[in-house]
Design a protein around this ligand. Sequence first.
Ligand code: ADP
Ligand code: MG
Length: 283
Amino acid sequence: MNTASRQADEAARARTAPPILTVDGVSRHFDTADGRVDAVSDISLSVSHGEFVSIIGPSGCGKSTLFSMIGGLLPASAGAIRIDYAAGTMTAEGVTLKRGDKITIDNVAFPLELQWVARSERLEKARHFIDLVGLSGFERSYPAQLSGGMRQRVSIARTLVFEPKLLLMDEPFAALDEQTRLLLGDKVSQIQATLDQTVLLITHNIAEAVQLSDRVMIMSYRPGRNKRILPIDLPRPRTSEMLSSDAFGHYVARIWADLREEAGRGMRETEGVSARGADHASS
Ligand code: ADP
Ligand code: MG
């Protein structure tokens, strides 16, 4: 089958297959010493196999809380989350590079060691994913010898080695400079296409959300609601070169219009809180 007909076939299958993830009217509040915080309010979202969905919204709108619920780390206060797969999920953030004393290949293979996978198989898989993230030749480098972008790619390889059905990434590129972020975006797009990987990405970066996503979910300021789900109908493969196109700019402007409203609301609210001398509402 050629690429075009395979893609059409996969698209048809994705449309008919049950969603890999269904978030159905999910809410979550926290009872704190200062009272009740409504972090997430009545979010519904369904994600198909192979889809890339970004979640964007102002700080404190409940994005990470939503991920904790999807990842099974935190129960929802209301609503239901259904995941149609057997394997576990893993967030990229949860497995960032913590072992400064380990070379790349051992860092990537380490999660498999915890699963009692045999050493030869561990190294083979690790090499496969190191190659996929474009780090062949750096198997024996220590983290200190790698750039920030390369370390982030090690972290992504370390996540992919689990072969998760659903990849949850909570602001994985936040610490990187803009150029590195764009190039890494290209890489993540390629990897997603190669693995037909389903990805949920939390980001603050509008261009990144447009570049990578099939759909972008824009969340409102606290309590985090689903303000809009915007399908991104740009051709793939997406490259950082597309960022200067009119169509791309149009999507960025639409998302910014929504976000500006919410970010403004968040800013006024936190400033109001500081003015009353209780500057601990948000973290
Ligand atoms: P985001 O990831 O969008 O920046 P979070 O999901 O981290 O937002 O937080 C949403 C809101 O819920 C914030 O006001 C935060 O302070 C609050 N929150 C998150 N986790 C807890 C917790 N364990 N206990 C109390 N409040 C929490
Ligand atoms: Mg967060």
